[in-house]
Write a protein that binds this ligand. Sequence first.
Ligand SMILES: [Zn+2]
Length: 279
Amino acid sequence: MKHHQIILYIFIIYFFHVSTSRESENLFNHSKRLTHAIINGEVRSNGTLLNIDRNSHIIIELRLTRDDRPRSIARTKIKLDSNRTKDPFSLLFKLKYPLSKMNPHNTYILTARIRNSQNKLIYVGDLPVPVTERKEKQAKHLIINVVETPSWFSNIDKLSLLAYKVTQLAGTEEAFTSDFYTNKKSGIYTCVVCNSTLFSSKHKYNSGTGWPSFYQPAIEKNVAADVDRKYGLTRTEVHCANCKAHLGHVFDDGPQPTYLRYCINGVALQFYSDEYDRK
Ligand SMILES: [Zn+2]
């Protein structure tokens, strides 16, 4: 198997329990004694980790997502012994975090990040943690796909807050705020995160909605779709097939020849004009 094709699976088994209370059926029923909760977990790989050096380490974090970039609320760093990573390995971890920071309306993500001695991110995996399902000593066996970090991964941290909210948290920019809405220049629109080619000025039209609109993607397979049932509506969400960045929605009230309307957040796009090439 070629190195770049190796995908590692890291299993996180987490045993969630509350450290002090016996009757803690509901974590959000704060009692005076109940201040912290603990996740006991295990990270397991089923393959050899490549590119691990003497000072590699794994960081396991519980992160909170509201309508903002995720914030770390608990974190642990474990040194990776290079001997241990030659074969499938298992690592135990414990995360303790304050219950005062927990809220059932927020989203929590458990992440595993492996960095080498230059602090370069080499493996990454995210796992959503369903808060409402948490009960005392309930054991779960969850799987994070930890893959060799793609080159675009570090771009996520460089996004503007709005671009982060739109592409990573499926947000929506305000109508009529993107310069791309009225952009009539000839060129291509790429993903703001990974630069994959998504749309072309050839298929752009004025929809009157306030968001850049296209009747088809530039390259069909680069734009993927999912059903979105948020806000009691059934809509088709579209995202970058390569990096999963949320782009917008597609509706069936577009113009000929497809009758589709890709309603796209301008902040999720980058534009490359080809007017100089055309002279
Ligand atoms: Zn992308």
